[in-house]
Design a protein around this ligand. Sequence first.
Ligand code: SF4
Length: 383
Amino acid sequence: MDTPATRPVEFDLPASPTAASHCASTVGQAWARVPEPLPAARKAELIKRIRALLARERATLVAHYYVDADLQELAEATGGCVGDSLEMARFGRDHPAGTLVVAGVRFMGETAKILSPSKRILMPDLQATCSLDLGCPADAFAAWCDAHPDRTVVVYANTSAAVKARADWVVTSSIALDVVADLHARGERILWAPDRHLGSYVQRQTGADMLLWQGACIVHDEFKGTELELLRAEYPGAKVLAHPESPQPVLAQADVVGSTTQLIDAARKLDAAQFIVATDQGILHKMRAQAPGKDFIAAPTAGNSATCKSCAHCPWMAMNELAGLAHVLQHGANEITLDAELGRRAKAPIDRMLAFAEQRKRRVRASGDLARDTALFERVGPA
Ligand code: SF4
């Protein structure tokens, strides 16, 4: 059997915690398996087999917006779901299937297990990880928390179960503003991890006292403000949609800043024919399906070299393949396991967020016009 091709991936790895507001960063080294292109006949055969295996195993497929379009379509066609990380976990938790197959990255499988501890959680590739998760090791993070015992710990969903277990709150990108604004109003000071751009965005919007862990998403960190200005000049009528993991110079030019679900909704609802999209390009499949006839243009990255870091597609999301999916269903491989006590502790800050979301009518703040954006997103769920 051939050894699968891999590519090296560098990511920001904040150094040991300090009492300062910013941690120094080093460069971490990881790898990602390179997916193999499939001939059409092989693809069709795998899709047919996966459908049969899902039925045989009474399993449900939940997929993230960033994975391959074939997997997204399979999830929807077989009664599963395509969504952001929390929608995936909540769908899996509420679905009667005893087996969930999570097509995404490792922390998503873990979150599904945290919320559904009695279910079998399988993943096409357990090595599919995330630079935010890798860049926030649990022991270093715990030491940072210990150095700031007076602060409320808020972590983004893109973290390991061990990091979540150390947090007071877990938040997704769509509810982070509301949670932090509420904590700020109550006079709480915050430790935020791991994404520095999302944390900085939340800090600017809320005025909260926040110390930021200095992690970054390797995909969003590559979007560049100057190049975006040039692209906007080329497409003067285009609206800019940006995920808040993007750097500030990009967010400053965005018409809408939001989570993946919110950006898809904006693409559908906003009165524009063209959109420049600053998030993983896997999302374009769903945007085109939801907003047919509109034109979506990828936001510019660091260069034209199409390196792993500049192609605006997550190399770990790309590891989710049809062949891997068929394999885990056939053999029950790649099951996520989690220490029960760790899962219980990690669940508490997620439940806190879910309860918070249910208690209040959600408001989504994009760049500039709150009234318009509140109306725009009034039916978006709390994920
Ligand atoms: S796109 Fe970024 S945040 Fe999402 S899984 Fe990949 S590295 Fe992590």
